[in-house]
Design a protein around this ligand. Structure first.
Ligand SMILES: Cc1cc2nc3c(=O)[nH]c(=O)nc-3n(C[C@H](O)[C@H](O)[C@H](O)COP(=O)(O)OP(=O)(O)OC[C@H]3O[C@@H](n4cnc5c(N)ncnc54)[C@H](O)[C@@H]3O)c2cc1C
Length: 337
């Protein structure tokens, strides 16, 4: 990290997009005393945002299996920021399990990741009684957390207002009509300026059952149907997520069968659960699947959060604030175009 000359002092800050990226930017800037307006083109339910469809796992160590080290670096910082801002965020850890025939893949996952403990069947049953007798062993990542996106986004929006910021829903703005400090967090809506962005479809299913209780996300290793089950309030569970290189937003029969079948193998009681919702979101991604903060024509763009928006948004907001207030540049994430 090095320092550049300090940009534009105390101009008002306009942030476009109230998904997880824009919400954290608005929060940290408002708390730092800036005059913040957050513009969101959809209403407060935010079904247009990818963030609405997300799992909300805060899992820097599990993600290290497939992600670059930068994801863990920013993710670890974000965990501290989530803890500080919303101390009731559940940090119950996460579990990784596999059926006997996926032993080799399970051992590979264990090798590729760190900060986990191996649990035998008894330890697993103590931690998650519903999984008693279901798996021979498990990996437990005690430092990981999870949030419920549809509850946490409104909480962040409330905190922005409490810190003195303004949020305008149903406000589709043209970036060229904004003055002062402009932070573009439009996700896939920013393709007019970010030609390389693509959407990677993630399908999810919401189910309800009182027959299974879980306190933390459970990932099932599977060569064709990798799955996670995330507990939500009121006996709800999110099953997710596919990762498909398409911008079609439908949920296919194949994906539904695979997610539901995999959940059934985690616990047969999921077979009796009620299906409440099928849905999908498009993850905004650059070709390298890494996040970018781009400084271009005096504007700042935060995008490409791909499958890690909830994990990365707080740390990215801190970096942007550091740039605006002190001219700091993080070479791994920031590009001056
Ligand atoms: C199924 C699924 C599961 C996922 N699970 C996880 C997970 O467990 N953990 C994790 O960290 N990440 C997860 N992700 C990834 C995460 O959801 C994304 O990285 C994140 O939502 C991207 O956030 P964003 O704020 O950049 O974009 P968005 O959430 O899409 O927000 C952009 C906002 O900008 C608004 N907008 C666009 N144009 C304009 C305009 N002109 N004016 C005003 N507003 C505008 C849009 O309406 C939208 O609300 C998951 C994604 C999917 C699809």
């Amino acid at each position: 990290m090095y320092q550049t000359s300090r940009p534009r002092g105390d101009s008002p800050v306009s942030i476009i997009g109230a998904g997880i990226a824009g919400a954290w930017q608005a929060l940290l800037f408002a708390q730092a005393g800036h005059t913040v307006t957050l513009h969101e083109r959809s209403d407060a339910v935010m079904t247009d945002a990818t963030s609405h469809w997300a799992g909300g796992m805060l899992a820097p160590w599990c993600e290290a299996e497939v992600a670059e080290p930068i994801i863990s670096r920013l993710g670890l910082r974000s965990l501290d920021l989530w803890r500080a801002e919303l101390p009731d965020t559940p940090f119950n850890g996460s579990l990784v399990v596999a059926h006997a025939r996926e032993r080799a893949d399970f051992e590979r996952f264990a090798k590729m990741t760190s900060e986990h403990r191996r649990l035998d069947a008894n330890n697993l049953a103590e931690l998650e009684p519903s999984l008693d007798g279901r798996f021979r062993d498990a990996l437990f990542f005690p430092g990981e957390g999870h949030v419920e996106p549809r509850r946490v986004l409104p909480k962040l929006h409330e905190r922005i207002v409490a810190a003195g910021g303004t949020i305008r829903f149903n406000s589709e703005v043209d970036i060229d009509n904004l003055y002062g400090i402009v932070i573009d967090c439009r996700g896939l809506g920013a393709r007019d300026v970010e030609g390389e962005l693509r959407g990677v479809k993630g399908e999810m299913i919401l189910i309800e059952t009182a027959e299974v209780q879980l306190a933390r996300p459970v990932r099932l290793i599977h060569p064709r149907w990798p799955l996670y089950v995330i507990p939500r309030e009121n006996n709800l569970f999110m099953l997710g997520a596919t990762s498909i290189e398409t911008e079609d937003t439908g949920v296919s029969v194949r994906s539904a069968l695979e997610l539901l079948s995999a959940a059934y193998t985690v616990h047969p009681a999921f077979g009796e659960a009620r299906i409440l919702e099928f849905g999908s979101g498009l993850r905004p991604a650059f070709p390298d699947n890494l996040p970018r903060i781009t400084i271009r024509d005096g504007r700042i763009a935060v995008n490409g959060l791909y499958r890690h928006g909830f994990l990365l948004a707080p740390a990215l907001a801190e970096l942007t604030l550091g740039y605006v207030e002190c001219g700091q540049i993080d070479n791994e994430v920031m590009q001056c175009a």
